[in-house]
Design a protein around this ligand. Structure first.
Ligand code: SFD
Ligand code: AMP
Length: 659
């Protein structure tokens, strides 16, 4: 019998050249693509080993776990330069246009692969048997979004990734806690440490390079869900800020961490609105049936945001802004008129087609947000007969959807006129040598969605192999003794085992705090001081100062989290990652003295968009030894010409006249 057990984990050390951390869309893209470059390198005499570790099971891990109903980034006949204009407009002017363009020019090939692997993509009448690659025309919802039957989207993509990489190179149920810098060069990455969530084992990897793709950050703010609904969120609760926290602790520069995504969603079930607006053509109104968007449009001028909302074009946060005014001033709830939209679509339909339409209305959610169907069924709502409420959610940090928080990375090498500060190394490499990212990890480049995140993983795969070949002589040495890492990772277990008998009730104990209670403390701080739902997404300088003091204390208290089993150990470290991600968010909001994203959050002491002083990136670096942040402004460059007729032309249904 092994002497190892809970509290005394076995330590498994191994060396690989490349570690892919995460098993979501970006990781699958990398896993699929990397084989090709490794095989090519082998022909040149380079033997490169690779491994993928995921905290969950790849078939259903990450944001696409439940499936999706649309692929939100597909160029089709569009010019990637117009895609850049769309993303730039939606994200209030400031994006890394090199990175966005790079995704745009590569993304369609990935979507063609998804279809080849079996993902059903809706086709226009007459083109049903034709693949996209053969010229089959998809059913677009918006200009960039195409409809799919995507309940099994992640299964299909993960299967291809597994086949390409080989099961022996994949380890599931391993939660990575820390990246480890190189002993001889702290600006270089050399390893990572994590633990199995199924067995009492700690895993330490030494490597030359890694792709850190653990998704975004959810549940750092108090959610709208309470009681039995707790755990329901729009983005997946298992995206715990690991990408941002581990990168920050390893010394990587972060960018636009002040940005967040507050999606407007079907209330309580968190059903996405895209298909309803763009495909079904639904409109919203306030409680009194008014078209509030038209009514409030002029308000955008007062905060200098109208320049990002010309005509029928409007960024996602500004659509929220118009809605929030209604809620604040007592004219809520906001309704989405699903019956009117369906009746209009049904005007020229046969009864059979109408039944199909009704099925699609349900399937949109059955495929990706099944809880919304639960709410409809539970509350006796038939979408063709009764309107649903919409509600802006709690904030999420992410870099792939309509948000752009993340890591500052080097851009592609082959684009003309690239500013020097956009390019210092390998494509998608952070400011730490050997540390690459993609998907939600890459900052300043939103609107990639599932397809773009996969494509970006592929882009990173090519660059990471090149980096490893160029650094063939480098032997990674981790900067800390293994015993220290083991003690640190299992501290929550030790806290529990040492003190569990102090009190008669295991969850109440002055010597430790449960991860669940700890998470609630974090969420309360963020909610009340850092522009959460309870303040109507508002904050100011003094509130942020209080938040910082409380977050610092919370970080100290993180040492006292307990883990009564491996599941709680996972929860404890997820929460640690959440604090660092939340802290970065708070510091960036504090630094940016303007309201760049009205409708996502407000600096009440600087209420307007201030292009003169703040049309720039904000980048930060965290020093884990001193627990301090350094922030700076970084110049934004316009690489794709501004064209007033084309700027954000995809936003057909966003304008006041349509909403
Ligand atoms: O409807 C560790 N997304 C949508 N994309 C679309 O293309 N169409 C849609 O319809 C979209 N919508 C949508 C979307 C997401 C969700 C949840 C809903 C609806 C309900 C967005 C995409 O899903 C998203 O852009 C990509 O998935 C981002 O990819 P990536 O790879 O950056 O993140 P991931 O897929 O979540 O994967 C993260 C992985 O990391 C693992 N992990 N592993 C080891 N150690 C740790 N510490 C780890 N922490 C995390 C995870 O297990 C996972 O494998 S709609 O709203 O617009
Ligand atoms: P969502 O379902 O809200 O996540 O949105 C999916 C896609 O549709 C994203 O690309 C959104 O930017 C886009 N979208 C959602 N609502 C609207 C709208 N009212 N007008 C234009 N685009 C939208």
């Amino acid at each position: 019998m092994s002497e190892h057990g809970f509290g005394n984990p076995e330590v498994v050390e191994e060396a690989v050249d490349i570690l892919i951390i995460g098993g979501g869309m970006a990781a699958c893209g990398c896993a699929f693509e990397i084989r090709r470059w490794i095989d090519a390198a082998k022909k040149e005499g380079h033997e490169i080993s690779v491994k993928l570790v995921d905290k969950a099971a790849m078939d259903r891990s990450g944001a696409v776990a439940q499936g999706l109903s649309a692929i939100n980034t597909y160029m089709g006949a569009n010019d990637p330069a117009d895609y850049v204009r769309y993303v730039r407009g939606d994200l209030m002017g400031i994006t890394r246009e090199d990175l966005v363009y790079d995704v745009g020019r590569h993304v369609d090939d990935s979507v063609h692969h998804f279809e080849k692997w079996g993902l059903p993509i809706w086709k226009q009448e007459g083109d049903e048997g034709k693949s996209l690659k053969e010229g089959g025309k998809p059913v677009n919802s918006g200009r960039w979004q195409i409809m799919i039957n995507g309940e099994s989207y992640k299964w299909i993509v993960a299967e291809a990734a597994k086949k390409a990489l080989g099961n022996s190179r994949i380890q599931e149920r391993i939660f990575i806690v820390k990246l480890l810098n190189d002993k001889n060069d702290s600006s270089r990455i050399a390893g990572a440490a994590g633990f199995s969530v199924r067995e009492d084992k700690i895993h330490i990897y030494r490597f030359k390079a890694c792709l850190l793709v653990c998704g975004g950050a959810v549940n750092i703010f108090r959610p709208r869900s309470v009681g039995e609904g707790m755990g329901r969120a729009w983005y997946p609760v298992w995206n715990a800020g690991s990408t941002y926290a581990m990168a920050a602790e390893a010394g990587a520069e972060l960018t636009l961490m002040e940005n967040r995504f507050v999606p407007n969603r079907f209330k309580d079930g968190y059903g996405p609105v895209g298909a309803w607006f763009l495909l079904f053509g639904a409109k919203t109104k306030n409680a009194f049936g008014e078209n509030y968007a038209e009514k409030n449009y002029d308000d955008l001028k007062a905060i200098n945001a109208d320049q990002y909302a010309a005509g029928s074009r409007m960024g996602t946060c500004l659509r929220n802004h118009l809605m929030l005014k209604e809620l604040r001033e007592g004219r809520g709830p906001i309704f989405i008129d699903t019956p009117a939209a369906m009746a209009k679509l049904a005007e020229n339909m046969t009864p059979k087609e109408i039944r199909h339409l009704e099925a699609e209305a349900w399937e949109d959610f059955l495929d990706m947000t099944i809880s919304q169907c639960g709410v409809w069924a539970g509350e006796n709502i038939e979408p063709d007969k009764e309107m649903s409420e919409l509600m802006p959610t709690e904030p999420y940090l992410l870099g792939s959807h309509a948000g752009c928080a993340g890591i500052w990375v080097s851009g592609p090498e082959d684009l003309p006129n690239m500013p020097e500060h956009y390019h210092w190394g390998y494509n998608r490499m952070s400011t730490v040598k050997g540390l690459f990212t993609a998907g939600d990890g890459v900052g300043a480049s939103g609107h990639k969605f599932s397809s773009g995140s996969f494509a970006e993983g592929r882009i990173a795969a090519k660059a990471i192999v090149k980096y490893v070949i160029d650094n063939a002589d480098f032997t990674p040495e981790i900067d800390r003794p293994v015993a220290d890492i083991v003690a640190e990772l299992y501290r929550p277990v030790k806290n529990f085992l040492e003190h569990k008998d102090y009190a008669t009730q295991q969850d109440v104990n002055p010597n430790y705090i449960t991860p669940k209670m700890f998470q609630m403390r974090l969420q309360k701080i963020m909610d009340e001081y850092v522009a959460g739902i309870s303040t109507g997404y508002q904050t100011n300088g003094p509130m942020l100062e209080i938040a910082e003091r409380k977050l610092q204390m919370l970080r100290e208290d993180a040492q006292n989290m307990r883990a009564k089993d491996l599941h709680e150990l996972l929860r404890a470290w997820e929460n640690y990652h959440r604090i660092i991600a939340a802290w970065a968010h708070m510091k960036h909001i504090q630094f940016r003295e303007e309201t760049r994203y009205p409708g996502y959050y407000y600096r009440a002491d600087y209420r307007a968009v201030d292009d003169d002083s703040w049309k720039c990136f904000v980048n930060s670096r965290y020093d884990r030894d001193t627990g301090t942040w350094k922030l700076k402004k970084v110049k934004w460059e316009c690489l794709i010409s501004f064209d007033p007729d084309k700027e954000a032309p995809g936003m057909g249904h966003m304008g006041p006249e349509q909403l």
